[in-house]
Design a protein around this ligand. Structure first.
Ligand code: NAD
Length: 476
């Protein structure tokens, strides 16, 4: 097994301990301390800003073909280290090793995508109104980026931001979650080793509001990218607005899943359970509220619960584990509280509903049926291994319920009717809609939400645009 590494900051091409306070990093499967880490002081953050400024000048001067070669090399290094980085991720975050390895591979794909897409930051020539003149539109990197990422996808979320920024020719200061820093550090090391120049990529750790205030209000930073809680996103967006600086915000959702009576109910239930309990439900696009047509509701609940009960819960490093612990004690408490609240509102507990053991943060895969809309779990993101299921009668009613929340990140619907699929894809308010499938995210497609789920997109051509500015050149 890979040793858990020393946690450092990474500033101006050099790994160094922070000169701020110290924190403990825990293994959520055991509760034991994995490492102590020193946080960044204000002076460290100033050094990172300075490094990002010089790193930007160096990186934008590298030819786009060379940048492409370097980012492809990052992808290769991540693939070669898939197992080692995966083990580190499982230890600090808890997800089963197979999921962690898959996430590292997906992160490599993101680097490969931006390596290619950076070469396509095309401009255009617009016919001039005057003969002897030319109007040229070019795309340029926006400048140094400050990025903030949470603990649930410690590789993939930083990868989207780092690769997007570097692919466009920007430098970046990334602040991963202090709970899962080693995975992101491994990404940064791969970038440096592949040839990203000193200062073009920097990593800092610290108290989130203090770090975001210091970085986002600095004149060096031109763009902000944040993934995390709505409260955190609002705070960072407010700081960015003072610039004003462009901000990409991914703030989570509460994905409805609409299951109609013209599908293979047992197959959809099994698939739904598989996706629900991935990463112990700590996924912003996780299927969250299940609305099942009344004609097939009871069959769906039985099949879903049977799949949930078969999931082997345990330390993600062990063979055959389907679900690991929750990532931290906060989630354990929050998830249990939402389940108890739903039961008080009349929901029926079909399976689960309790913590497993008292070592680590394990919680049983839980299914709740007959959950009323008034239960908090139907509007608050549970971010845990619990599936609330409710019945519905007709299309308009269920679309109203699906669209009833202020968030709109992902949504899913299962139906055998083409006409209904079309209506659903048009009427559901979400940034991503899965019809008859749960796969909605890929390096080459835009990822992001509408309404309170945030603003802006990562991935796809939009993910590169997020780090580019447009310049019009009028030349005679
Ligand atoms: P939290 O608000 O403490 O932190 C969430 C993330 O935001 C962390 O990574 C944190 O470092 C960051 N953050 C918070 N305030 C910040 C600030 N002012 N500046 C910079 N970064 C800041 O919440 P938590 O207890 O970790 O999770 C609570 C809820 O957040 C979850 O239940 C879930 O709903 C949501 N969440 C969403 C995502 C996502 O992928 N969108 C990821 C993690 C958590």
């Amino acid at each position: 097994m890979s040793a858990y590494p020393d946690i450092t900051l990474h500033i101006g091409g050099v790994a160094r301990a922070g000169s701020g306070g110290e924190i403990e990093i825990h293994d959520p499967a055991t509760g034991e301390t994995l490492a102590m880490a020193r946080l960044a002081s204000a002076a460290d953050l100033d050094d990172a800003l300075q490094a990002a400024e010089t790193g930007f000048a160096a990186w934008r001067a590298v030819s786009v073909f060379e940048r492409c070669r370097i980012l492809r090399r990052v992808g290769e290094l991540l693939r070669a280290r898939q197992d080692a980085i995966g083990q580190v991720m499982t230890r600090e975050q808890g997800k089963p090793l197979a999921e962690a390895r898959g996430e590292v591979a997906a992160s490599a794909e993101v680097f490969e995508w931006y390596a290619e897409e950076g070469r396509r930051a095309y401009g255009r020539v617009v016919p001039s109104r005057t003969t002897g003149a030319r109007m040229i539109v070019v795309r340029e990197p926006i400048g140094p980026v400050a990025a903030f990422t949470p603990w649930n996808f410690p590789a993939l979320t930083p990868a989207r931001k780092i690769a997007g920024a570097l692919g466009a020719g920007c430098s970046i200061i990334i602040k991963p979650s202090e709970e899962t820093p080693a995975t992101c550090l491994a990404l940064v090391e791969a970038c440096v080793e592949a040839g990203v120049p000193a200062g073009a990529i920097n990593l800092v750790l610290g108290d989130p509001p203090t770090v975001s205030h210091h970085l986002v209000t600095s004149p060096v930073i031109r763009k902000v990218s944040f993934t995390g809680s709505t409260a955190g996103g609002r705070a960072v967006a407010a700081l960015a607005a003072q610039g004003p600086k462009r901000a990409t915000l991914e703030l989570g959702g509460h994905a409805p899943v609409l299951v109609f009576d013209d599908v293979d109910v047992e197959a959809v239930a099994a698939l739904g359970a598989q996706r629900k309990f991935r990463n112990a439900g700590q996924v912003c696009v996780a299927p969250t509220r299940f609305y099942v047509h009344e004609a097939v509701h009871d069959r769906f609940v039985a099949a879903f619960a049977s799949a949930a009960e078969r999931i082997k819960v345990g330390n993600g490093l062990q063979q055959g584990i389907g679900m690991g612990p929750l990532a931290n004690a906060r989630r354990l408490e929050a998830v249990h509280g939402l389940i108890e609240d739903a039961r008080r509102h009349g929901a029926r507990l079909v399976c689960g509903g309790e913590r497993i053991g008292n070592r680590g943060f394990f919680y049983a895969p839980t299914v709740l049926a007959e959950v009323p809309e008034s239960a908090a779990i139907m509007s608050e993101e549970p971010f845990g291994p619990v599936a609330p299921i409710a019945r519905f009668r007709d299309l308009d009613e269920v679309i109203g319920r699906a669209n009833g929340l202020p968030v709109g990140l992902a949504a899913y619907a299962f139906t055998g009717s083409g006409a209904r699929a079309l209506a659903l894809s048009e009427r559901i308010e979400a940034g991503m809609v899965g019809i008859n499938r749960f796969e909605i995210a890929a390096a080459e497609t835009p990822f992001g939400g509408v309404k309170d789920s945030g603003d802006g997109r990562e991935g796809g051509t939009e993910g590169l645009d997020a780090y580019l500015v447009t310049k019009t050149i009028s030349q005679a």
